[in-house]
Design a protein around this ligand. Structure first.
Ligand code: AHG
Ligand code: MN
Ligand code: MN
Length: 335
């Protein structure tokens, strides 16, 4: 049987769905960068890439060596090709400007270079999350690209995906017509289509949440989780199982594979932080993927993809996964 490589899939997308050549190139470059990150992650202590750098990012989180290295790999891979107008990342305070010596392109790339940093040093799956937007018309402006260009609702994404660095390295991708899964073939050095047309089952008996935050949650979330825990004898009349990997990529990947419900709700510890996850490079790309796979994603009251962002590093509560459960918890928040 002939194997469908990522390149072949993208070229066939151009034929069937008019995927522009520069978007195709962008995805190939991101995939190449993810391959390099996968390689670095797999070396671990052999290449002295574990541990922290002692610096903090704009969100006040201690940066791991691999956070910074992955960020650099993505910037270097993407800055010269002429397909981007700018980039933004969890690890950079402001928008990244394409150096003047390179041509600029039509797209914006936003990423979480290394998701699940707390799992790096314990050899548990981590990943890279990315979102692609069109750069709005700058009316001939030639100065630095400001943050405003990026502040578009998730419905404007033209592509989104993640790479997961687990027992296998995989790339999950949506161009707005379904979700495809590619597995890295290390001997061939490329991604091969292995999971065609991924769908999230509508119902589930599995949920993912960091239960240690329970005492800080709001009433609708308390109610929902107490119902999940009540099992068969409670109002939901079934027993649920729980998983929490603490790498969003890995938790979402499990949900894309066998269904489930992922929650990182708002809590009352710090009113300036409505949830932990970031809208632009965690919630939006994952919401796009989950919806394209037939699931749902809300912040409790609104579809994630319809939120108008107000800043690059803004945080949002996240409920995503199997439709029936996302609708239930959203209804509890709306009551
Ligand atoms: P990052 O490593 O990019 O900062 O993201 C970590 C996120 C996400 O991947 C995960 O779902 C969540 O943080 C885990 O949070 P807790 O440690 O609070 O469980
Ligand atoms: Mn992350
Ligand atoms: Mn990260």
């Amino acid at each position: 049987m002939s194997r469908i490589t990522l390149s072949r899939y993208l070229i066939e997308q151009t034929r069937s769905h008019n995927t522009p050549a520069d978007l195709r190139f962008l995805i190939e470059v991101v995939a190449r960068a993810c391959k390099a990150i996968s390689h670095a992650v797999s070396k671990g202590a052999l290449d002295d890439v574990l541990g922290s750098l002692g610096t903090e990012n704009v969100q006040g989180e201690v940066q791991k060596k691999l956070d910074v290295l992955s960020n650099e790999i993505l910037l270097e891979a993407n800055e010269w090709g002429g397909h981007l107008a700018g980039m933004a990342s969890e690890e950079m305070d402001k928008a990244y400007q394409i150096p003047g010596r390179y041509p600029k392109g039509a797209y914006l790339l936003v990423f979480d270079p290394l998701d699940g940093s707390s799992n790096i040093d314990v050899n548990v799956s981590v990943g890279t999350i990315f979102s692609v937007l069109r750069c709005p018309d700058r009316n001939g402006a030639t100065g630095d690209l400001g943050e405003e260009a990026f502040l578009q609702p998730g419905t404007e994404q033209v592509a989104a995906g993640y790479a997961i660095y687990g027992p296998q390295t995989m790339l999950l991708l949506t161009l707005g017509n379904g979700v495809k899964g590619f597995t890295l073939d290390r001997e061939l050095g490329g991604f091969v289509l292995t999971h065609d047309d991924i769908k999230v089952p509508e119902t589930t008996q599995e949920f993912a949440v960091n239960m240690s935050n329970q005492r800080h949650w709001e009433a609708p979330m308390q109610r929902y989780v107490s119902e999940l825990l009540a099992g068969e004898s409670g109002p939901l009349e079934k027993n649920y199982n729980m998983r929490w990997i603490a790498s969003m990529v890995a938790d979402v990947h499990r949900i894309l594979t066998r269904g489930g419900m992922f929650m990182y709700p708002r809590d009352n510890r710090d009113p300036s932080m409505p949830g932990k996850l970031r809208l632009m490079y965690e919630a939006n790309p994952m919401a796009f993927i989950i919806e394209q796979a037939g699931g749902a994603a809300t912040n409790g009251s609104q579809r994630i993809l319809e939120i108008q962002p107000t800043s690059l590093h803004q945080r949002v509560p996240v409920f995503l996964g199997s439709k029936e459960e996302v609708e239930r918890v959203t209804a509890y928040h709306q009551e």
